[in-house]
Design a protein around this ligand. Structure first.
Ligand code: EPZ
Length: 444
């Protein structure tokens, strides 16, 4: 098993590249099944979630080639003939559940395993199921699988108001509705950029969609969709992670540059609170040549945040923000409104000296923390990156165990950080040796 070993105390310097968006790449890959031909997706990040989903597409019969050197993914969907997504893959990666909408949209039927839970609690898919039912599918649950069927092989279409707004359910319902016989409407739809960019790709394929990025999306079903080549957007969460890291680990007065992304998809809430800390940024463009420059402040001011659906503060950046708050001169609160229990990083950060008081769906973070290196355990993707960030500003050595969580969402992280002045390396370790010692340290 791999761990990342970080020697704290070095400034983050120079520049880092931002890769393609994980959370847009996955729905784009699902959409590639709807065209029925071959397409090339570019700026696809080399992540475990991408390779897992590529295998899910192969199980359905598609031919998929991914080149990690060019970040290009080729899909030939002409041979899709097996409308299933098996448990062993769906349990690995929840977004495999997009196969429900993709297979309903492509072949009018689907047998998809229910996704498992998550380290921070249940993540239901009731809205996905209710939605496709409203669009005319018959759905039954059998031995942990969702079995859905469109009457006479094609959904009639319908209308569904979701509560709460769900990124995944919006994506799944778009996949199901774009080739329906009639029209469909999604109310209280997710407005995240991941959904908008994915929806633009469907429109490029010939789908008729109005209202992307608003709370009501109208779809007029079409008979045929064309396979088109499409460039994935930059990863806004990777960008936000590095902006936060630059503000807290850059040298005061220095500038750190992040290449390949602009701040448009981060939303006003993040941009505003980021500047309230005293850090500043300039952003140029949104395409392959875009960049963001961070001006590192002399002192970081504590700024409280509350997560919310886009354009609110992204829940995927709240763990990272917590580490920044530990380096400010005061106290602030992180409120989580989307996943109440998304605080598995707090006990691990406490082992490094984080001073924080957890409440119901929130944590009060006290600044001026002199973090000390420790052996800590990753529990999920964004928690694991917060542990690396803490190790960068901590005194001494930090071993971040179980980085398979991190590898799901951050491409080549240790190489990108090493090239920007950080002392970090990947090492193998034997969980039998390293982790029981952890158990001995945990409170009885
Ligand atoms: C997507 O997950 C992202 N994953 C998550 O990023 C992100 O945290 C989340 O959106 C919120 O922004 C991908 O895009 C692959 P939701 P998703 O459905 O679609 C409730 C990361 O770190 N809900 O928008 O699963 C749910 O419990 C990952 O990259 C239902 O009640 O999130 C939550 O409270 C982690 N019923 C809220 O909606 C449902 O059927 C938002 O969840 C579906 C969701």
């Amino acid at each position: 098993m791999d761990k990342l070993v970080v020697e704290g105390g070095n400034y983050l310097r120079g520049s880092l590249p931002v890769g393609g968006s994980k959370n847009t790449a996955l729905p784009l890959m699902a959409a590639s099944l709807l065209g029925g031909g071959s397409c090339t997706l570019t700026n696809i990040p080399n992540l475990k979630d991408v390779t897992t989903f590529a295998h899910v597409l192969r199980v359905a019969g598609a031919k998929v080639q991914f080149d990690p050197d060019t970040n290009e993914l080729d899909v030939d969907a002409s041979t899709v003939d097996y409308p299933e997504a098996p448990y062993d893959l769906v349990k690995k990666m929840r977004a495999s559940f997009y196969m429900l909408g993709a297979l309903l949209g492509r072949v009018g039927k689907a047998r998809v395993s229910m996704p498992g839970g998550c380290s921070w609690g249940p993540r239901p898919v009731d809205l996905h199921i209710k939605g496709v039912k409203e669009f005319g599918a018959s759905v039954e649950l059998d031995q942990g699988y969702v079995i859905a069927e469109a009457p006479n092989g094609r959904l009639p279409g319908g209308s569904f108001k979701m509560e709460p707004s769900s990124v995944g359910a919006t994506i799944n319902l778009l996949l199901a509705a774009v080739r329906a016989k009639g029209g469909s409407r999604i109310e209280n739809a997710a407005q995240e950029p991941d959904v908008v960019v994915f929806g633009e790709a469907l429109k490029a394929m010939g789908a008729k969609i109005e209202g992307l990025g608003t709370e009501t999306i109208e779809i007029e079903g079409v008979d045929v969709l064309d396979s088109v080549d499409f460039r994935n957007s930059a990863d806004r969460i990777e960008l936000g992670t590095y902006m936060i890291l630059a503000a807290m680990a850059g040298e005061p007065g220095d500038t750190v540059r992040l290449n390949g992304a602009g701040t448009k998809f981060l939303g006003n809430a993040f941009r505003d609170v980021f500047r309230e800390t005293g850090a500043d940024f300039t952003s140029e463009g949104e395409g392959a040549d875009s960049y963001v420059e961070i001006a590192v402040p002399d002192e970081l001011k504590p700024v409280s945040i509350t997560t919310a659906p886009y354009p609110g503060f992204p829940t995927d950046l709240q763990a990272q923000w917590t580490v920044l708050l530990s380096q400010t001169r005061g106290e602030a609160t992180v409120k989580e409104t989307i996943y109440k229990d998304r605080f598995r990083h707090i006990p691990e950060l406490r082992r490094m000296g984080l001073m924080a008081l957890q409440g119901d769906g929130q944590v009060d973070v006290y600044g001026n923390a002199e973090l000390k290196g420790a052996t800590v355990m990753s529990t999920d993707l964004r928690a694991s990156v917060s542990l690396v960030m803490a190790g960068i500003v901590a005194e001494g050595r930090t071993d971040v165990l179980r980085v398979y969580h991190l590898d799901r969402g951050y491409e080549e992280l240790e190489h990108k950080l090493s090239d920007a002045g950080i002392d970090i390396r990947r090492e193998e370790y034997d969980p039998q040796e390293a982790e029981p010692q952890r158990a001995a340290e945990l409170p009885t």
